[in-house]
Design a protein around this ligand. Structure first.
Ligand code: ATP
Ligand code: MG
Length: 871
């Protein structure tokens, strides 16, 4: 069975059990502060488990793209070493939201595996939660056990502990016991030697977990206590690549058709064979795995970068590059070439891989180039570190610096040191690493209390498209502690006019006012797992009362103008630059807007002007907003609406239209393009290979911008004695300046020539050495020239020059190479030593070195001391 067919069979099976097939959510998560990437199928349904919103369907099935490289689930270090953990993988799942429970989940899982996929049930083991006697004091999962006993003989049922068989979403929230299904794919001979049940959960590569059935029946509160959920849910996850391994009769996920095309391509490019040596095998597995993670995330709109999710992606790619560099001996970019193979192979199931292939290739190639440069430079730095180390031990601090500041992989450092017979102070390195991790963890830590429920509301309604104020009630609130902002309150209303940050647009600010005049300011609004959360520094005196919720209308109007302008800008760029332009990120503030998009090469000044004119024409045309709030996704697309990759859209969407610009968008907009008033681009730059960024302003901000520009121009004219043509006046000044520069250089050269004659006559003999220590009036370059010219003319020369420039001191030391060797003199050490007289330091090579300092008054003393080095 081809993997494609396996995926379809799974989905079809659950469809036949009345499940609705839904698409995978994007891999990068945007509205959950506790999670960067989707790491399990349940993430996209968290809002239902938390009771924030009501699901449309109570039975759902899907294949979800997951990434396990950070946080609670981090498999990165395993990947490549073993044959069944990936960074990015697909999780097949079936879901019940308050519908069926353990019985159906268990029976269907068994039916699918043994009857549809025809896996020999003798090779399957199942586990049930054995209970705990800790503070949770939970009993054995009798219900699951009884159900399993009906279908599986007891010797293949395993009792699992809390670690393996009790699943929790986080420190708080929905949780419950689970049953795992494990498979034994060893040979009959091996099976007869050691029974499979002894190898379950023992990290054996041929006895692995394939499916986890989670029975969500509790909610964990902030104080750790468990409470029974009124509605119980099913959450299952089966590893698609592991299932393919089983059904294709392979011993490794990498031998299935999910990976073999990538591996063959790597073999062709690198001329290394897979399956010959463990070292190259690991490298090939790492690269074939990581390129998937990176390509899927770029296609989802997450580019490698220096912070957050982008940094995680960058690190995954760098791990792949480093394995290619060291173990496949490839010193130039090649991983980007695999994007083509991947898109051919998986582009049908994931069309974004096809449409974003060029971008993937470009971005990966550029990352490869820059990291290969880092590796080269890192190798040189490491060489210096080795030279400085004593007793064959290399400082962990230095290795950490190399890793942290320069991005040089620590395992590569360790490997090179081992090869060279040096020891790395691993303990010191780990200590540094831990310190850094603690620092960043502390900075982002949030502790949240339990929600205090005041009014029961099925779903908090957003009314902010039509209203800027409303009479509301507080539905629930809780206290949170953050390192950055201290104590805050999160408030959920029964309905709200406040727009929560999303789609690039900032959250609304404003206030809640009680009848008695009591006011609470809302400092920000955000969406968390589809819940609109208002942030406030304090709570109202009587939270149960009615409030008037009021949005800051001025800020909202400016933000709306910028958001609508962003749509017009998007339209303009596609018209003027071409249809290859795709939105890759946007930021809509009240003060300005920022728009990132795919385009190769700089946008020229003429194109910028054309874009501005296009947008300003749409503004002048005063086009009315046409908004469709609940239109079917496909219908909107058929009408020509633009959807973004990496965005999670429901069945029904909101379409925002201004004339011929139509986008799926949840943001707030002006009623008429005339309200934007005016549009001005303030900058255009590159963010990554093939990605450009435009920043722009609208309305009042443009007025301010023009008055500022006018003021600057006035000042320039003033400085140019009110010249009528300031451009010409500046050009003249520049020409004049260039001419003067030339003259000064000529004069300096002459001066140096004279100086050389003068200085040569001052050289004296000290212990058979041509010696001079002198204060001169030249810059650093002039001194160096002079010293080397004298060196060409005289042997056994020892020169010390001191000079004072801009209140700073500089000492330069020149020693003929043969003299330095014969008398064991080192210019670098000498200037370092003399540096103390000028309160500074420096160094360099044995034959030439300089030192700079803060105390020019010390130059003379330094020069007097120079002679001692010859005595
Ligand atoms: P393991 O103990 O093997 O790491 P897990 O307990 O972390 O598995 P779950 O969190 O229960 O796994 O995930 C559900 C299923 O997803 C697993 O049964 C497995 O088939 C699959 N899976 C989990 N992690 C990975 C991974 N890193 N790569 C590929 N498949 C995975
Ligand atoms: Mg795991």
């Amino acid at each position: 069975m081809k993997s494609q067919e396996i995926r379809n069979t799974f989905l079809e099976f659950f469809k036949s059990k009345s499940h609705t097939v839904v698409p995978s959510a994007p891999m990068v998560i945007k509205d959950d502060p506790t999670l960067m990437f989707t790491n399990a199928g349940m993430n996209q349904f968290k809002e239902f488990f938390l009771g924030n919103s009501v699901p449309k369907h109570t039975r759902v099935t899907d294949s979800q793209k997951c990434l396990r490289v950070s946080g609670k689930h981090n498999d990165l270090e395993e990947v490549g070493m073993d044959t069944y953990h990936h960074t990015m993988f697909e999780m097949l799942g079936n879901w019940s939201f308050g519908d069926y429970f353990k019985k159906e989940a268990i029976h269907w899982a068994w039916e699918l595996l043994t009857e549809v996929f025809k896996i020999d049930e003798k090779n399957l083991y199942v586990s049930v939660f054995e209970g705990t006697d800790d503070k949770d004091n939970l009993p054995l999962d009798e219900e699951a056990l009884a159900l399993w006993k009906e279908i599986v003989p007891e010797e293949r049922i395993i009792y699992g502990n809390k670690k393996d068989n009790f699943w929790e979403m986080g420190d708080q929230g929905p949780c419950g016991p689970c049953s795992e299904i494990h498979i034994d794919i060893r040979s009959e001979e091996e099976k007869s030697k050691v029974p499979g049940r002894e190898l379950v959960n023992a990290d054996h590569p041929q006895v692995v977990e394939i499916w986890n059935l989670v029975f969500i029946q509790f909610n964990r509160k902030a104080n750790g206590a468990l409470e029974e959920l009124p509605a119980k849910h099913i959450d299952t996850g089966m590893g698609f690549e592991r299932l393919s391994m089983v059904l294709q009769g392979k011993q490794s996920n990498y031998d299935t058709d999910v990976f073999t095309p990538l591996i063959r391509e790597i073999e062709t490019i690198t001329k290394k064979e897979y399956g010959v040596s463990e070292k190259t095998d690991v490298a090939i597995r790492v690269i074939s795995d990581h390129v998937r993670a990176v390509a899927f995330s770029i296609a989802d709109g997450q580019l490698p970068s220096n912070t957050g999710a982008g940094y995680v992606i960058r690190r995954i790619l760098r791990r792949a590059i480093r394995y290619g560099f060291t173990f496949l001996d490839i010193k130039e970019p090649f991983i980007y070439k695999l994007a083509e193979t991947l898109s051919n192979q998986m582009g049908d199931a994931f069309p974004e891989l096809k449409s974003q292939k060029n971008l993937c290739e470009n971005v990966i190639r550029e990352e490869e180039q820059s990291f290969l440069r880092t590796l080269d430079q890192g190798l040189i730095r490491l060489e210096n570190i080795i030279e400085e180390s004593k007793d064959g031990k290399v400082s962990g601090k230095k290795a950490f610096e190399l890793y942290d500041t320069f991005g040089f992989p620590i395992d590569l450092t360790a490997l090179i040191l081992r090869e060279r017979g040096y020891d790395l102070d691993q303990e010191e390195f780990e200590a540094e690493l831990k310190q850094q991790k603690d620092r960043s963890r502390a900075a982002t830590q949030i502790t949240a209390g339990d929600w205090q429920e005041l009014t029961s509301v099925e779903e908090e309604a957003f009314i902010g498209y039509d209203e800027l104020s409303a009479d509301v009630k507080i539905a629930r609130y809780r206290k949170v502690e953050t390192k950055k902002q201290g104590e805050l309150f999160q408030i959920v209303l029964n309905k709200t006019p406040f727009y929560p940050e999303g789609g690039g647009q900032v959250g609304d600010k404003g206030y809640l006012e009680a009848k008695n005049g009591d006011v609470v300011y809302i400092t920000d609004t955000k969406k968390e797992n589809n819940l609109i959360v208002h942030f406030a520094k304090n709570l109202p005196e009587n939270p149960e009362k009615e409030f008037k919720a009021v949005v800051d209308a001025k800020q909202r109007a400016r933000t709306a103008a910028n958001h609508s302008a962003t749509h017009l800008l998007h339209q303009a760029l596609r018209r003027i630059l071409g249809d290859h332009v795709e939105q890759k990120g946007s930021m809509v503030h009240s003060g300005y807007l920022r728009f990132d998009f795919s385009h190769f090469g700089k946008v020229t000044a003429e194109e910028i002007e054309e874009v501005e004119n296009f947008v300003n024409t749409r503004i002048k045309e005063q086009i009315n907003l046409e908004e469709q709030r609940n239109i079917a996704y496909q219908e909107a697309i058929d009408q020509g609406a633009i959807a973004l990759f990496g965005e999670k859209y429901g069945d029904s969407v909101r379409a925002v239209k201004f004339g011929e610009s139509m986008e799926l968008c949840g943001g707030t907009h002006v009623q008429n393009t005339g309200d934007i008033w005016y549009f001005k681009i303030t900058s255009e730059s590159a963010v990554a290979s093939g990605i450009r960024r435009i920043e722009a302003i609208t309305g009042d901000a443009v007025k301010d911008y023009f008055s500022e520009q006018t003021k600057v121009l006035k000042e320039i004219k003033g400085s140019l004695k009110n010249s009528k043509d300031p451009v010409k006046a500046i050009n003249n000044l520049q020409d004049e300046n260039a001419e003067l520069k030339k003259q000064v250089e000529a004069l300096l050269k002459d001066k140096a020539k004279n100086l050389k004659g003068e200085i040569k006559s001052e050289i004296t003999q000290v212990n058979g050495v041509n010696y001079l220590a002198k204060k001169v009036d030249l810059d650093a370059g002039g001194i160096k020239d002079l010293a080397f010219q004298l060196g060409d003319e005289l042997d056994d020369l020892f020169l010390i020059f001191g000079t004072e420039q801009n209140g700073k001191a500089l000492l330069s030391c020149y020693i003929s190479k043969s003299l330095a060797a014969d008398k064991d003199l080192h210019a670098g050490k000498i200037v370092k030593d003399l540096g103390k007289y000028i309160q500074g330091g420096g160094g360099g090579q044995p034959f030439f070195a300089t030192a700079g300092g803060k105390k020019p008054e010390g130059i003379n003393e330094a020069l007097q001391q120079a002679k001692t080095f010859l005595e």
